[in-house]
Structure formats: structure tokens, C-alpha cells
Design a protein around this ligand. Structure first.
Ligand code: NAD
Length: 910
């Protein structure tokens, strides 16, 4: 089967109130009042047909593998370049493969449907597996013309292929005539229009019916087989009348969007087709006709797969995201139809070096930066040296595409002095999630809309217009996400994808609803078995919650796999990636109970509980971790229980599984820290199916899952920096639970192992929890075991066996100094070491010598701040410098690069 496999659309955010055209120009052209209703879409000053095409194509490619695209066709009558392939710029901006075919389809309004036909033919012939077809137009008219009212700007994109087809291609019929209702001569800016009656009666009125009826005849179909009829015609009454003439009632006709957008030229049949697909049900027949020097008519049959397409902006979302303006002068300036004085600053040279553009095409057009293979640091632009001062590796960068990564505003300013078509020029620093930042222009917003911390999306825009040489230069700008302004302080999950296992009921359902309410797209997993996990499972619990989320305006996809098998875990991930293209959040929540006294705990009940709770978390977390690592971001929540943390009669299986999850978290935390993956564990108490028979009814009432959802949702958010912690949550009570280690004691002389009697005699010291503390990881634990306080009676002989103190390290520094590495160096390192063993020291390296002094230096080159224990570990080689830096244990101020010399100037080990 071949056909459409995905769709996307883009209509610019700005809409011009048509009445504002009349208000400004009605004195001159009073007749335009007749069509001055509603609004038309208009490009921002930095948008054109190419930028709109990129936006529509990105929408279309959501959840699709870009590497699978074999060809990209761009269809338009208003392409920015007459001789430089515009489809090639599109393909570079989208980071498509280099070995694909690209083509521009142009010079007729039916270019969109013609491009679509060529794509379908290519797939049908077997020469291409997947073709991206994008149609776009931004047509200009002289001011105060009827067509200025009728036209709008927009783009639509379709992916055509032979896999996962959402609308099967049934057939087509084309007619081609040199029929001229309007034309635009080469090099001219505006169309020359013949009388409208000519277009209405001889054009639309005859040529569209010929193509449509020809197609129906060819396919042996009638208008009864058509559920949605798509054809452009910007005269409202004529549109309806023509549909009637073709035998289609008003319920079948897709709106021509005159009131809300206007006619978007070559893009319009495809934009209307996307609108039709958005409303379509499986089995629907869609007939689309593209008019212009003839007509192409195509017939599609919608398949079941349409329901599985990942959510996207489409036509519906584009129309909702709008800002209506009444300022007609702005419209004229944005389209360069008036030429106000821009000042001397605007005369700055804008020539683009084609050499640089070619060599840096991925960086400039595709927004591709780098990721360090060794330390995982992201950077833009990509360079030969990793920017992480603790890494600095050379040649360690792989490509990293930034355009689709979520980002946030770090700083911004409105600049009235900088040249801008829409002052003030707004620009500032944006921070990408997972790392990387750059100074970006902000667009599609007012200064008042912006707030620090607000989520932004990158958008491909025109950056420079070189009028002298007729060149447009493109780059990426930041656009605040729709509706983000009013909720900068709210914890949001816009753009995030969450998986909640066991979300068909109880706590999981509450988490899923709350995440979706805050903008996350949620995979609702539930096997739907009995309380003890028995039965064949059921799709109803997951489906019900998905419906609840959708009814509330959210986005969700159902999954019915059991977490108890590796295939189930993979299946859950597949659902997330297919539906939403990424995974940011995972809540391992699915659970069952099989309570029995320990002696009655048969292996099957033991295993069933471990399979769901412990193995289940492993099965889902492992593939999710891989996807999160790829995205440089992740939040995972495990679910333990008081039964595991503290024990509970009759629940040996459950307690063992629940406590094992804490162990799983401890190590996932360490392995995830480099990729910004944080993992925590919740120990909830809540009213649910699992607890209904063990809780008294009045308590059951007070323990609504909503009291647990708040902390779980917080742990899933990017504002939460916690990782590796366990939290109790019940009825509004929250606390942290942790594994603490007492100070302990070292017995004996290190030559003869202590005897049981020695142990008995020091039992109080061994068991003491006075001064107990948490230990960062197993290495920290071993270090602390090797350097504990000495037994009160173990005598002076034991002194000196503990690790060096901070003061001793500084005292030894001149001894471990490498003068040969210090030639020509003139540096002052200031060390500020916190904690009981800390203090301030500074080390001067000058003329091949080193001097260590206590206190603060006047002008240190580099200042290093650390806690005393971390510092000792670092010097002993037990704490990795890069890890210490990336986890905040090591803070460097001043000249960061110079801090890397410390390891060369001083040899502490050996
Ligand atoms: P619940 O029974 O209401 O929800 C658990 C959900 O998990 C059910 O919808 C069930 O169908 C689903 N599920 C079971 N096995 C599955 C599998 N193999 N694959 C996918 N889904 C599966 O229970 P709840 O109280 O909301 O429990 C949620 C989690 O919280 C569990 O892990 C539970 O152990 C834990 N917990 C709950 C409490 C409490 O007081 N409710 C206390 C401590 C821990």
C-alpha cells in the first residue's frame, strides 16, 4: 500500500484584521469593504515561503525517522531563489541525508498537487521509499487590492511512502491547459490579474469539474464515495456552488479558510487536505483537487493508522496560535511594500561568504553543534576542543542537532538602538536542555511576553536580507512556546514525553492526569490484570485514562504491555517513540500484591511480585535510559514502599522487591548523572485497589493519591535537581528516608584480623549511629571505611594511618611540584576549602618555583572551591576531577582553563 504517511502544516502566527486594510485605504478603494471580513495570515518580517516550508516539514516529521527520507520536493510560486535550489536549503535545514533527491516544483498554483503526484509516482515505481512534499506560498499584491484581502500565507507538508500509510493513494487524474486567469512575468513582483468572472466561470467552474469527474469515472466511483472534498476557490459562494455542481453537500466540503487565513497559493490544496486529514475517520474517502493551468485530482482512502499518528500542530494548532494585528502599516513594512528610512546602522555590509556558508552549512542552516564523545558536553558551535574545562579533549566532537531540543530563556534584552524591522530588537541567551547555549534573536513575541526560564522553540527564519545582491540569509531564532508567558512560574512539561506504568488506576492514573494537565504527552501503560496480577489483562483501564486526558485537552497514548517481560518494556518504549518521538520522564509505578507468611510464600508468588516490581522497573528503565541518554535529559521515579524500607508482616516478596528498587536507583543515579538523568524513589501511602482492604474507611478517605502526585510530579520536573533520594509521601506528609552509616571503628593492628571477642568488646562503637552520615557511592564508602575514627583504646600507634588532612596536603605541595612544567608560568591558585578541616591557602607558581601560603591572595588567577573531604579524595585520586566539576563538588572561578594546569604542575599520586 502506498500513500500519505504523515502530515504537517504551518500558518504564521500573525493575522491581519482585514478591516484595517479598509480603514487605511478605504478612501482610495471603497469597494474593498465587500471582502473586508475576518482576517488573513501574514508572515512576520523574518518569514518567507522557505521558512514556512521548514516549519511545516518539521511538523510533518514529528515521530518520523528523518534518515528514511529519500527525496524532498518543494512546491511554490514564490520561492526566494530563482536559481539556487530552494528544496536543497529545506533539506539542509531539516538535516536530511545528503544522498537524497531534491526538486523545486514551481510556476503554477497546482505545483503542490503536482509535487505530491510526482512523489506518489516515485514511491509506486519503487525508486523511493519515502518522499517529503512541502508546498508553501507568500504572494504579494499591490496595496488596497481585492487579492490583498483574499490571499494569506502558509505551508503544508506531506510524507509519502509505503509504510505506516494513514491515507492510501487510490488514483489520480490530471488535465493541463494554458488557461490564464493571472500570471506573473519573470522578474515581476506582482501578479497581473484578469477579470474575476473569467476565473470563476471558465477556470474554477469548468476545469475543476473536468478533473474531478474524470477521476471518479476512472476509478469507477461517485461523489457518494467521497466523504471529504478538497479544492481551492477563494470566492465563498462560488466554492459552495461548485461543490453542489459536483454533487457534494456542504457537509463534505472542506472550508476554504477565507475567514481565518486566506488563500495560500500553491500550498492551499495541501493545507486544506491536512485540515481534512485532521477531521478524518478510518475508511473516509478524500478527494483533493489542485487548480492552476489545469487541475490535478487525487483520491485517498483513510486507514486505521491515522489514529496512531503522533500529535502535531497541523492546521488546527496553527490557527489557534495567533496574534491579530490592526496595524496595516506593519503589514506593508514587513513585506517591504513601503520603504521607511532605516538609518545609517542599516547600511552595515551584509554580504554572505559562499565559502563559509558551504563549509558551515550544517552549523548555520541545520543548527548542528557538537557533543563530546568523552564527557557528554554539548556545545554550539561545534569546535575542535571540548569546552568543558575539566575535559578539554581535542577532536572528540560528534554532530549534535540542536533545532528540536527544548530550550529556555536565560537572559534577554530589548534593544531600541539595534537595527530592526520590528523594534526593539529582542535577543538573549538561551540554554538547551541537556547542555549547550547560544545567543539568539527572539521572534514572534513582544518584549513583555518574555520571562527568564520560559520555554522556547527554535524556528528557521530569515536573518539577513542583502538587497544589493538579492540574497536572503537564514538562521535559527527562538520563539516562546504558545501560552508560555502566563505560566513561567508554574512547573510545566510542555514538549516533554512521560511514561507512567500501571497508570490505568490508583496512583499511576493520578500522576498521568497531572503530568498531562501540565503539558506533558503521556504514555499510559496498564496491563489491566487483577490485583494479584492474574488474568489475561485488559485494555480498558489504560484506554479510560487516555480518554480522560484527551477530554481535558491533553495528549496521551495507551499501551497495554505487561512490565513483567523484557518485550513488554521494549513495547512501552516503542509506543512512546512512535507516538511522540522521545522520552523524558518515566514513572515505574505498576504494582501487584501476593501477600503470604514467609513459609507459605511459594516460588510462583515470590517470582510474580518480583517480576512486576523489580524486573518490571528494569525492563522499562533500560530502554528508557537509552532514549534519555540520547536526548541528554531524563527524570525517573521508582516506587518503593514502607514495607520494603521498614518491613511488613506477610510481605517478604513485596518488601524484597521494593527495597531492591532503591539499589537499582542508587546505581542508575551514578550512571545517569553525566547525561542529566536524575532518578529518585517514592514511598507512597494512598487509597487504592492495593490498599482498600488493609485500611480503615475513614483513613482511606484522607489518603487520596493526589497527595502523592504533587511530589512525584515535582521529582519529574526539570526544576528538581535531586537525584538518588527516597521520599515518603502520605496525606500531605513528606519526608526523606536515607541509608546512613555510623562512624564505625577500625580494630586491630592491620596484621591480625580482630577476633569475635574484639567485636563483642567494641559492639557499642560498631553499632553507634552518633554522627552517622550518607555516603555518596560505594567508593566513598570504601574510602570512609579505610579512614574511620580510631577505636578509643587502639592507642597512639594507629595515628597517622588515616588519609592526609587538607593542611598536610598544602604543606606537601612544594614537594610534589614539577618545576619543569612551570617554565614561563606566572599563576596564583587560590584554594578555599570548606568544612571542619578546611581553610584558605594560595599557591604562587612563578619563575619555575612554587610557594604555598595560608590565607587569601590579592589577585588570584584561578579560585578553586571545594569541601574538605572532596578535596582530600580528589588529591588522592579517588574523586575524578571532571566528575567533581560536573556535579558541583568542584567550583572554579576566574581563569577556568588555567585550573587544568594543576594536575600537571603537581604530582600528588605516587
Ligand atoms: P493500583 O492497583 O491501584 O494500581 C496499580 C496498577 O498497576 C493497576 O492499574 C494494574 O493494572 C497495573 N499493573 C499491575 N501489573 C502490571 C503489569 N505487569 N504491567 C503493567 N501494569 C500493571 O495500586 P496503587 O496503590 O496505585 O499502586 C501503585 C504503586 O504504588 C505500586 O507499585 C505499589 O506497590 C506502590 N505503593 C502503593 C502504596 C499505597 O498505599 N497505595 C504504598 C506503597 C507502595
Amino acid at each position: 500500500m502506498i500513500g500519505i504517511t504523515s502530515y504537517g502544516a504551518y500558518i504564521p502566527r500573525l493575522r491581519l484584521n482585514r478591516m484595517s486594510i479598509f480603514q487605511a485605504m478605504g478612501w482610495f478603494a471603497p469597494a474593498i469593504i465587500m471582502v473586508a471580513q475576518g482576517e488573513r495570515s501574514m508572515c512576520n518580517h523574518d518569514e518567507d515561503s522557505l521558512t514556512m516550508a521548514v516549519a511545516a516539514a518539521r511538523d510533518c516529521l514529528i515521530g518520523k525517522d528523518r534518515d528514511a527520507v529519500d527525496a524532498a520536493y518543494l512546491c511554490s510560486t514564490t520561492l526566494p531563489f530563482a536559481d539556487r535550489q530552494n528544496a536543497g536549503i529545506l533539506a539542509t535545514a531539516l538535516n536530511l541525508r545528503d544522498d537524497i533527491a531534491t526538486a523545486d516544483f514551481t510556476s503554477a498554483l497546482k505545483a503542490g498537487t503536482t509535487g505530491l503526484l510526482a512523489a506518489l509516482d516515485g514511491v509506486k515505481a519503487g525508486s523511493r521509499g519515502s518522499v517529503l512534499v512541502t508546498a508553501t506560498d507568500k504572494r504579494e499584491t499591490r496595496p488596497a487590492y481585492f487579492y490583498e484581502m483574499w490571499f494569506g500565507d502558509g505551508a503544508a507538508s506531506l510524507l509519502v511512502g509505503d509504510r505506516d500509510v494513514i491515507a492510501e493513494f487510490v488514483g489520480s487524474h490530471s488535465v493541463s491547459y494554458d488557461f490564464v486567469d493571472h500570471y506573473r512575468a519573470a522578474g515581476r513582483r506582482f501578479d497581473y490579474m484578469w477579470e474575476e468572472r473569467w476565473l470563476r466561470e471558465e477556470g474554477y467552474g469548468k476545469i475543476i469539474p473536468e478533473a474531478v469527474n474524470g477521476l471518479l469515472k476512472k476509478l469507477n466511483l461517485s461523489m457518494k464515495d467521497v466523504d471529504r472534498l478538497v479544492f481551492p476557490c477563494f470566492f465563498k459562494a462560488e466554492h459552495r456552488a461548485l461543490a453542489g455542481k459536483l454533487g457534494a453537500g456542504p457537509e463534505k466540503v472542506i472550508d476554504n479558510m477565507h475567514e481565518v487565513c486566506g488563500e495560500t497559493g500553491a500550498a492551499h490544496p495541501l493545507i486544506m487536505l491536512v485540515a481534512a486529514l485532521e477531521q478524518a475517520r478510518p475508511g473516509d474517502g478524500i478527494l483533493v483537487a489542485g487548480f492552476g493551468q489545469g487541475c490535478d485530482a487525487l483520491f485517498f482512502r483513510v486507514t486505521d493508522r491515522i489514529a496512531q499518528l503522533a500529535p502535531r500542530q497541523g492546521v488546527r494548532g496553527s490557527l489557534e496560535n495567533k496574534k491579530t494585528i490592526d496595524n496595516y502599516m506593519k503589514f506593508l513594512k514587513f513585506r517591504n511594500l513601503i520603504d521607511p528610512e532605516m538609518g545609517i546602522r542599516a547600511e552595515a555590509p551584509t554580504q554572505t561568504a559562499m565559502t563559509t556558508l558551504w563549509r558551515k552549512r550544517k552549523m548555520l542552516t541545520g543548527l548542528v553543534g557538537g557533543i563530546c564523545r568523552d564527557c557528554g558536553t554539548h556545545q554550539y558551535p561545534r569546535m575542535d576542543i571540548c569546552v568543558n574545562p575539566a575535559c578539554g579533549h581535542v577532536g572528540s566532537q560528534d554532530d549534535y542537532a540542536f533545532a528540536d531540543r527544548p530550550a529556555k530563556v536565560m537572559t534577554f534584552t530589548g534593544d531600541l538602538l539595534a537595527v530592526s524591522v520590528d523594534p526593539p530588537a529582542i535577543y538573549g541567551m538561551i540554554q538547551f536542555e541537556g547542555g549547550g547555549r547560544f545567543l539568539a534573536d527572539f521572534t514572534d513575541c513582544e518584549l513583555n511576553d518574555l520571562k527568564v526560564g520560559m520555554p522556547v522553540r527554535l524556528s528557521f527564519r530569515r536573518k539577513i536580507t542583502d538587497d544589493e545582491r538579492g540574497f536572503s540569509g537564514y538562521f535559527w531564532k527562538a520563539v516562546p512556546q504558545p501560552g508560555a508567558a502566563g505560566r513561567a512560574d508554574e512547573i510545566r512539561f510542555d514538549g516533554r514525553v512521560a511514561i507512567v506504568t500501571g497508570a490505568g488506576a490508583g496512583l499511576g492514573r493520578t500522576y498521568a492526569l497531572e503530568l498531562a494537565r501540565r503539558g506533558a504527552r503521556v504514555v499510559v501503560n496498564d496491563f489491566g490484570g487483577a490485583r494479584d496480577g492474574a488474568g489475561q489483562g485488559s485494555s480498558s483501564p489504560a484506554d479510560r485514562v487516555v480518554q480522560e486526558i484527551r477530554d481535558a485537552g491533553g495528549e496521551a497514548a495507551a499501551n497495554y504491555d505487561s512490565v513483567a517481560t523484557p518485550e513488554g518494556g521494549e513495547g512501552i518504549l516503542r509506543t512512546a517513540l512512535k507516538a511522540f518521538g522521545r522520552v523524558d520522564i518515566l514513572i515505574n509505578n505498576a504494582g501487584i500484591l501476593r501477600d503470604k507468611g514467609f513459609l507459605k510464600m511459594e516460588p510462583e508468588n515470590w517470582r510474580a511480585v518480583l517480576d512486576v516490581h523489580l524486573n518490571g522497573a528494569y525492563h522499562v528503565t533500560r530502554p528508557a535510559f537509552a532514549a534519555m541518554r540520547e536526548g541528554g535529559y531524563g527524570r525517573i521515579v521508582m516506587t518503593t514502599s514502607a514495607a520494603g524500607l521498614y518491613g511488613n508482616f506477610g510481605q517478604t516478596n513485596y518488601s524484597a522487591a521494593k527495597m531492591a528498587l532503591v539499589g537499582l536507583m542508587n546505581t542508575v543515579r551514578l550512571e545517569g548523572q553525566k547525561y542529566n538523568i536524575k532518578v529518585n524513589t517514592i514511598a507512597p501511602v494512598a487509597a487504592s485497589r492495593l490498599t482498600e482492604d488493609v485500611m480503615p474507611p475513614d483513613l482511606f478517605e484522607k489518603l487520596k493519591p493526589d497527595y502523592v502526585a504533587g511530589i512525584v510530579v515535582y521529582l519529574c520536573s526539570e526544576v528538581c535537581g535531586e537525584s538518588g533520594a527516597v521520599f515518603n509521601a502520605a496525606a500531605g506528609y513528606y519526608s526523606r528516608a536515607a541509608i546512613l552509616t555510623g562512624p564505625g571503628v577500625t580494630l586491630g593492628d592491620g596484621k591480625i584480623p580482630p577476633t569475635p571477642e574484639d567485636i563483642r568488646d567494641h559492639w557499642a562503637q560498631i553499632g553507634s549511629m552518633e554522627g552517622a552520615r550518607e555516603l555518596g557511592d560505594a567508593n566513598a564508602a570504601i574510602v570512609s571505611f579505610m579512614t574511620p575514627p580510631q577505636a578509643a583504646d587502639s592507642g597512639k600507634a594507629e595515628e597517622g594511618k588515616a588519609g592526609p588532612t587538607v593542611a598536610e596536603i598544602f604543606a606537601r605541595m612544594p614537594e610534589v611540584f614539577n618545576p619543569e612544567k612551570a617554565a614561563g608560568k606566572d599563576l596564583v591558585f587560590q584554594f578555599c576549602i570548606s568544612g571542619p578541616g578546611g581553610g584558605d591557602w594560595f599557591v604562587t607558581v612563578r619563575e619555575g618555583a612554587c610557594r604555598v601560603e595560608a590565607g587569601k591572595a590579592e589577585k588570584p588567577t584561578t579560585t578553586i572551591r571545594m569541601a574538605d573531604e572532596d578535596f582530600v579524595q580528589l588529591i588522592q585520586g579517588r574523586l575524578d576531577g571532571m566528575q567533581a566539576f560536573s556535579t558541583g563538588k568542584l567550583k572554579v572561578e576566574g581563569d577556568i582553563m588555567k585550573s587544568q594546569l594543576i594536575g600537571k604542575l603537581f604530582t600528588f599520586k605516587g
